[in-house]
Ligand binder design. Structure first.
Ligand SMILES: [Mg+2]
Length: 215
């Protein structure tokens, strides 16, 4: 019996291609300024490190950049309101699950300022969640720490938590390693990694039905 659901943000809750195309553009622009190189070189450098660290945020920390400062800068340069529009179905996903007496948290590697602006634009602000945990407060995924920390905030054992995300090696695997059950959103699926996936859904909108069937 589950008592809480933890949702990832990037490519799980928000899947706007336009938003991520602009995010990449701005990110490499900001990183290029920090490194004193071209945006293309910054992208190459980050890709190399990301192969080791499995996420952009942990790659930044690995090379000694302040990821919080980076996300603040990216947030200030992105015109989020022109990239994301309100999607009432997202708010419904959260409220329907909370209506089943489950707690809902968001756990993202994004920084708090960028996430706040994105969730406001999508019409599902922080107050709809029981907890919002970002890389401004905890180590980024795939570290096990943010999973344990969020379960503690929810006052749940990991075994009582359903983790919902789009990346197997950097999210579902660590979630399962701490004892949570996992839902894969989208198609990041490889046979050899299927042991980290308990359920798979094409998109987040199907989640309330799945959660209901597990109650
Ligand atoms: Mg994601």
């Amino acid at each position: 019996m589950f008592r809480a659901v933890i949702l990832d943000f990037d490519w799980t809750f928000n899947t706007s291609r336009m938003y991520y195309a602009r995010f990449d553009e701005v990110s490499f622009e900001v990183l290029a300024e920090r490194f004193g190189c071209s945006a293309a070189e910054a992208e190459r450098k980050m890709q190399e490190v990301k192969e080791k660290t499995l996420s952009l945020t942990s790659a930044m920390r690995y090379i000694g950049l302040d990821s919080d400062e980076f996300y603040d800068e990216v947030a200030s340069r992105m015109d989020i309101c022109s990239l994301l529009t309100e999607d009432t179905r997202l708010k419904e996903v959260v409220l329907v699950i909370r209506g089943m007496s489950l707690k809902v948290a968001m756990l993202t590697n994004s920084g708090r300022s960028l996430l706040k602006r994105a969730l406001d634009a999508l019409g599902c602000p922080f107050e709809h969640f029981d907890f919002v945990v970002t890389s401004s407060e905890v180590e980024p995924k795939p570290s096990l720490e943010p999973f344990r920390h969020t379960a503690e905030l929810l006052r749940c054992d990991p075994e009582e938590v359903l983790y919902v995300g789009d990346r197997i090696s950097s999210e579902l695997k660590p979630a399962k390693q701490v004892g949570m059950k996992t839902v894969l959103i989208g198609s990041d699926s490889h046979n050899e990694e299927s042991r980290w996936i308990d359920w798979a859904l094409p998109d987040i909108y199907q989640l309330p039905d799945l959660v209901r069937s597990l109650q």
